[in-house]
Design a protein around this ligand. Structure first.
Ligand SMILES: *[C@@H]1O[C@H](CO)[C@@H](O)[C@H](O)[C@H]1NC(C)=O
Length: 118
């Protein structure tokens, strides 16, 4: 009986984790119509495509540069050549966190970690 309950709980746990993964963060970069100090401006979107909130999203950003000031509450460098998105605050299900920067060429941000709150 107890072991059945354990297996049930374990399955729930696995399912809970299985509902959302880091790959459920989509990163999009769109060219805007602006240039700043001669650099192309880009609109970066981090989209949580999962039904659970995800927080503490970090992405690799080694070598990232911008001539446009970026709000550190949205995107800021942290340790290990990573950057933290949304001030580590939860990104709601299907919500987008977006920021603008200006540099040539555009930078490819790769998600490194996030905490899923299912
Ligand atoms: C950036 O992209 C988001 C999502 O596609 C859009 O809602 C927003 O209007 C864009 N902002 C600019 C300045 O292009």
């Amino acid at each position: 009986m107890a072991s059945t309950l354990l297996i049930f709980l374990f399955t729930l746990l696995i399912k809970g984790y299985g509902q959302c993964e880091l790959k459920d963060i989509t990163v999009g970069t769109e060219r805007t119509s602006r240039q700043i100090e001669g650099k192309q401006e880009w609109n970066v979107s981090f989209i949580n495509t999962c039904k659970c909130p995800q927080q503490g999203l970090t992405v690799s950003c080694n070598g990232f540069q911008t001539v446009e000031k970026v709000d550190p509450n949205i995107f800021a460098p942290v340790a290990n050549n990573n950057c933290i998105v949304n001030g580590a605050q939860p990104i709601a299900p299907f919500a987008t966190v977006q920021f603008l920067y200006a540099w040539d060429p555009p930078f490819i941000f790769v998600p490194v970690s996030s905490q899923v709150n299912c």
